[in-house]
Design a protein around this ligand. Structure first.
Ligand code: PLI
Length: 458
């Protein structure tokens, strides 16, 4: 007899009710939201796959840790507990907490980028590129070409192409590069990991050039799971050992704790560079709060320290990433075109193949996200031309090769039957795809436009 797969290593202690609005109310809700899924009231959403950021279900141990939060303004016990967890899990001696990831990015960009310097990244992330450009930096994409092809089945599409970095250094010299800002499980590429071998090679190259590596470690542990299951030599290692090796190649990390760390708010900078630590501490007090809380309550830091230890439990991380894999497989079996291989935190629908009759000028992924909501109350997110924004030099739209809708899976929140429903919803939209029209943008904020832009149907 075939045994059922090993289920989730937790059971449900508390529930939150959700409801599906009738079709006419959904139509009204999407109109009021200007066809932008960021502008819904969450009550109007049935299954919320907007993001995995800050949407995790905390454990009983995290909730109880909230109660022992030390809310002292300075030197809170909770800070020292978080510092200890960061040392144990990530291996960095120095910690500067921030209220979330983009605050860590802001401080890092302001302190580490001189105007005109290049900042190579393995593809871009919206807030990271915004902060590096605000600091006068120039974004340089050094990811392998396969990452821009939704159908390329490379196991490590987050890898860096050293040829591209070499060319940059040959043309401009190593001093033109502020640092390499590399992300595990590259979000905009579809949640694609890099391999440890690639990072090791990049680190060797960067050391020779005297260029530091700063990792955006937001989804590092999910990347480590892919290393464990896809890269030779890691299959028998406990997951907890892999982030320590990954971090050993980095000088510092910026972190949104709202993902891997299983908390609803939080971020930090961690580093082994004492000068950077001192400068970041001096800056965090201006923008965030004192250096022992950085915009967080003591209880937030307690929950984060517990979440950090839970995320490196082998049974947890396997169940987390494998749920996303099963969901992607089910969408493929339903004939839906998605980015392959399936990433760590989300499944990305390829809007170019889903809606081949729409050009990028009419925002196909934005239109598709609206249709998925109309079909079944499922909230997703555009990750295409709207998210890519405008080129700061020319003011023109940037047209990314990837025009995607992200169905993002919050951690420990939805069951496989919720996700089976989402597959049915996507199948329903796919069956009527030929009748889907594009959108016109009627309002556009000057930065990070995808959050608040408004649209109307053409
Ligand atoms: O949302 P923040 O400010 O805590 O973190 C910003 C941030 C930085 N890096 C990466 C790779 C992210 O994915 C990220 C935030 N991501 C969001 C909100 C998301 O929905 O993917």
């Amino acid at each position: 007899m075939k045994r059922a797969r090993i289920p989730e290593p937790y059971k449900i202690k508390m529930v939150e009710h959700i409801r599906l609005l009738p079709p006419e109310a959904r139509r009204q809700a999407i109109q009021e939201a200007g066809y932008n899924t960021f502008l819904f009231r969450s009550e109007d959403v049935f299954i919320d796959l907007l993001t995995d950021s800050g949407t995790s279900a905390m454990s009983d141990r995290q909730w109880s840790a909230l109660m022992v939060g030390d809310e002292a303004y300075a030197g809170a016990r909770s800070f020292y507990r978080l510092e200890e967890a960061v040392r144990e899990i990530y291996g960095f001696p120095y910690l500067v907490p921030t209220h979330q990831g983009r605050a860590a990015e802001h401080i890092t960009a302001q302190l580490r980028i001189k105007p005109g310097q290049f900042v190579p990244m393995n593809m871009y992330f919206t807030t990271t590129r915004e902060h590096l450009e605000r600091a006068g930096g120039v974004f340089f994409d050094c990811i392998i070409d396969e990452a821009h092809d939704p159908q390329a089945r490379h196991p490590f599409k987050g890898n860096v192409d050293l040829e591209k970095l070499d060319r940059l250094v040959r043309e401009h010299g190593p001093d033109s590069i502020a640092f390499l800002w590399l992300a595990p499980c590259v979000n905009m590429a579809g949640g694609q990991p890099f391999s440890m071998a690639n990072l090791r090679e990049v680190a060797r190259w960067a050391k020779d050039q005297n260029i530091p590596i700063i990792l955006d470690a937001t989804r590092a542990v999910e990347n480590c799971y892919f290393i464990k299951v896809r890269e030779e030599g890691y299959e028998d290692k406990p997951i907890k050992e892999i982030p320590l090796e990954m971090m050993s190649y980095a000088e510092s990390i910026t972190m949104s704790a709202k993902k891997d760390n299983l908390v609803n708010i939080g971020g930090f900078i961690a580093t082994r560079n004492q000068d950077f630590f001192q400068a970041a501490r001096a800056t965090v007090v201006v923008f965030e709060g004192l250096h022992t809380y950085g915009g967080l309550a003591g209880r937030d830091m307690e929950a984060m320290a517990v979440g950090m230890r839970e995320m490196v439990d082998d049974a947890y991380i396997e169940s987390r990433v494998e749920q996303v894999q099963r969901f992607g497989q089910a969408l493929l079996e339903a004939g839906i075109p998605i980015v392959e291989p399936v990433g760590g935190h989300a499944v990305f629908i390829d809007a170019k193949r889903f809606l081949p009759h729409l050009s990028q000028d009419v925002f196909p992924a934005q239109a598709l996200a609206a249709e998925i909501y109309l079909e079944g109350g499922v909230r997703s997110m555009e990750r295409g031309v709207v998210s890519a924004g405008r080129d700061p030099k020319t003011g023109k739209h940037r047209y990314p090769k990837l025009e995607l809708v992200r169905l993002t899976i919050p951690r420990r929140v939805y069951t496989d039957s919720h996700l089976a429903y989402v597959v049915d919803v996507c199948r329903g939209v796919y069956e009527r795809r030929d009748g889907i029209r594009g959108l016109e943008m009627v309002y556009e904020p000057p930065q990070l436009r995808f959050f608040q832009a408004r649209f109307q149907p053409l």
